[in-house]
Design a protein around this ligand. Structure first.
Ligand SMILES: [Zn+2]
Length: 247
């Protein structure tokens, strides 16, 4: 008898959502949110793995707290994808985004660059260094492309699509469009910077875009994480969990 009385929480939520939708439609209002199905992962979807590099993981020069925890999650998710692309932060020595390139400045200060405000970082992901290498635990043998970014000395690039001057393309939009990709699922480091900017540019380029929250970790500098999620929501970027892809 106890079993018959148990109510599945997900059924309850699904039922409530459906009722809300019916009520909204009945009142002649636009439906607030459709009942969402599981994301479709087919040959038109791509997993974009953002900057899972040694310098962004514990022990690295710009370590994101618990950044390495994304590795097994991403490995598991990636098995579901026919298309996997990685981005790799890839700076010159003396790069303009490094505090050390600006006398008297410290890491995590913001300065005005020709293209707008720029957070200054510790030196990280310098071309050819161990810190710029992908985390050794990443198991993505079927990844098809690596998009390197931030390799122009005077321009940073958080996004895998467009550099920080908001004009210089990396080529990723054309690559994905030419391959018929419609849907971008974004994971990696860090949620509030390179994942956020990559996801926003994916959405602006017209891809249906989702971010897998528990396959990302954040820096959270001065409220940057909350702002990132709010900005992504404005662009209808879906915030999901790995279980939504693996279940
Ligand atoms: Zn960088």
């Amino acid at each position: 008898m106890a079993g018959r009385l148990r109510i599945d929480r997900r059924e309850l939520i699904a039922g409530a959502t459906a009722l809300t939708a019916v009520a909204a439609a009945g009142a002649g209002k636009a439906q607030e949110k459709p009942v969402q199905d599981k994301p479709v992962i087919d040959e038109r979807a791509v997993l974009i793995v953002v900057d899972v590099q040694n310098d962004f993981c514990p022990g690295g020069s710009l370590a994101v707290a618990r950044g390495d925890e994304v590795v097994p999650v991403i490995n598991a998710i990636a098995k579901r994808f026919a298309n996997v692309v990685l981005t790799q932060d890839w700076h010159t020595r003396g790069h303009a985004s490094f505090a050390s390139s600006h006398p008297g400045r410290k890491p995590f200060e913001t300065i005005a660059m020709s293209y707008g405000p720029q957070v200054l970082w510790p030196e990280h992901c310098v071309q050819g260094t161990k810190g710029a290498e992908f985390h050794s635990g990443l198991d993505l043998p079927h990844a098809q492309t690596i998009i390197r970014k931030g390799y122009r000395r005077h321009i940073d690039s958080y996004s895998g699509f467009v550099e920080a001057d908001r004009q210089t393309p990396t080529g990723l939009t054309g690559y994905l469009r030419e391959r018929g990709i419609l849907r971008a699922i974004v994971v990696g480091l860090a949620t509030d910077f390179c994942v956020n900017w990559t996801a926003q540019d994916a959405a602006k380029a017209g891809f249906e875009t989702l971010v897998v929250e528990d396959a990302c970790r954040a820096i959270d500098l001065n409220g940057s994480l909350a702002k990132a999620w709010a900005d992504m929501a404005e662009l209808d970027i879906q915030r999901i969990n790995a279980s939504d892809l693996l279940g």
